[in-house]
Every structure is written in structure tokens, then in C-alpha cells.
Design a protein. Sequence first.
Length: 84
Amino acid sequence: MVTVYLHYWAGAKAAAGVDEETVEAASVAGALEVARERRKDLRFERVLAVSSILVDGKLTRADELAAGLTRPVRVEILPPFAGG
């Protein structure tokens, strides 16, 4: 298990109810599951389902989220947004 720093942006922040949180997990997928369990909120689930996930600044595909972690990482959760 390693430390995963979750940082929520825009609608993800609103759905999570916090800007950031820290969890211990073996993978990013595991960390997101911990976050889901903490909330048990369909709105949060919907936002996560459509959000882009960046791990240490790199866009990460859904199939990469289950990869085992060997060091702490910062995960940015960015929901879709309009405007500019």
C-alpha cells in the first residue's frame, strides 16, 4: 500500500465535498474505490465515471488504473467542463 493524494477539480470537488484527500491503496483504482466507499453517493459515482484521471500529471487510461503502485502518487480528477 502506498499513499495516493486525490485532488478533485470543479464538479468532482463539488461531488466529493472536499478539494483533496489522502488514501492508502495498492493502485489508483483501489484509491478511487476507497473514495467511493467513503461517500456512497451516486452523484460522486457519475462524476468519476466521466472524469479524466491524471497520475502525476499524465493522462491515464481506465485500463491503467489497476496497475500496482510502488511509490506515492498525486491523482487529479478532472470532470468534463465547458467554456474557456
